[in-house]
Design a protein around this ligand. Structure first.
Ligand code: FMN
Length: 320
């Protein structure tokens, strides 16, 4: 459906989903994805797509994250920029892509919608998306409010939906991919794992911090605002959590200066792990090196095959 060799997708990632990473993933046989809102304007997105095309002749996608906002970015114009530049795979997330489905269909593009619950997945299917990427509670970024991890969420989504399901959240290696396929997913989406690769356009210190972190080193922020996000545990996210726990509660205004996107971006670029929010999922516990995207994808694919073969029922120990 997506014209890729391996069903491995690099999900949209604010400040990280740029041409270097997307092209490296696509060149390795997966699907690289540029993040539209990492670019300041739709015009800049057109330039980034051109730059990506200079780095790969393989298909890549564009992520459009539709978040509630007082002053929303011009989503439709970002989408036009992607479609008019010839991008044929769009990943949406954050909110219903309903208003964009027709435009994407008419352009002959595929729409992958990422969400965190079966009910939202069903509504996306009704709205006409082609593929659902279901994000378990382990995931980096907006994890939703239902707290259902992938082991339960994937089979539930597979059972409920007619369209293909991609498993997202908590996957970082071949064993995770094999598990996702065994649960009925057609492929996988990874975010955090792709941040710790040679080509990810973020500072080496941040990559090393991901390698050094354990599965206990993430924080859930914005829980009390019902907009939960999973990020790396650091001075800033600890302070957000502490502010949310203050007696009397917390309004977004109270944490706004801490969580500003510009601060997170500066942290990623300058390599100061404690300077802003660093979005990361529980897979930080599984990540212990910084391979190239090609090494990573080859390893995930061969590890997946190995797991599937070695765990096949015929080879399980026999009892009695
Ligand atoms: C640094 C970072 C930034 C992210 N930014 C976005 C984003 O802007 N839009 C989006 O839809 N998902 C975003 N995500 C989520 C990923 O696309 C993906 O769904 C998630 O990372 C999957 O879980 P995993 O990290 O366990 O692989 C981000 C993830 C990371 C690690």
């Amino acid at each position: 459906m997506l014209g890729i060799r391996y069903p491995i997708i690099q999900g949209g990632m604010q400040w990280v989903g740029r041409a270097e990473l997307a092209a490296a993933v696509s060149n390795a046989g997966g699907l690289g994805v540029l993040t539209a809102l990492t670019q300041p304007t739709p015009e800049a997105l057109r330039d980034e797509i051109r730059r990506c095309r200079g780095l790969t002749d393989q298909p890549f996608g564009v992520n459009l994250t539709i978040l509630p906002s007082i002053k929303p970015p011009p989503y439709a114009e970002f989408l036009d920029a992607a479609l008019q530049s010839g991008v044929r795979i769009i990943e949406t997330a954050g909110n219903s892509p309903r208003n964009f489905v027709e435009k994407i269909r008419v352009a002959g593009a595929r729409l992958v919608h990422k969400c965190t619950s079966v009910r939202h997945a069903l509504s996306a299917e009704r709205d006409g998306v082609d593929i659902v990427s279901i994000d378990g509670f382990e995931c980096a970024g907006h994890a939703g409010e239902d707290d259902v991890p992938s082991l339960v969420l994937i089979p539930l989504a597979v059972k409920a939906l007619r369209i293909p399901v991609l498993a997202s959240g908590g996957i970082a290696d071949g064993a995770g991919m094999a598990a996702a396929l065994a649960l009925g997913a057609e492929g996988i989406n990874m975010g955090t794992r792709f941040c710790a690769t040679v080509e990810a356009p973020i500072h080496e210190n941040i990559k090393r911090a991901l390698v050094g972190a354990t599965e206990r080193d993430t924080n859930l922020i914005f829980r009390t605002l019902r907009n939960t996000g999973r990020v790396l545990k650091n001075a800033v996210s600890d302070e957000v959590v502490a502010t949310e726990r203050r007696p009397g509660g917390c309004k977004f205004e109270d944490v706004r200066p801490l969580v500003a996107g510009a601060r997170g971006r500066a942290a990623l670029e300058a390599g100061d792990v404690n300077a802003g929010l660093v979005w990361a999922g529980l897979t930080v516990g599984l990540i212990d090196d910084i391979p190239t995207c090609a090494e990573l994808i080859n390893r995930v694919v061969s590890g997946c095959g190995r797991q599937a073969r070695s765990r096949a029922p015929a080879e399980l120990p026999r009892h009695g």
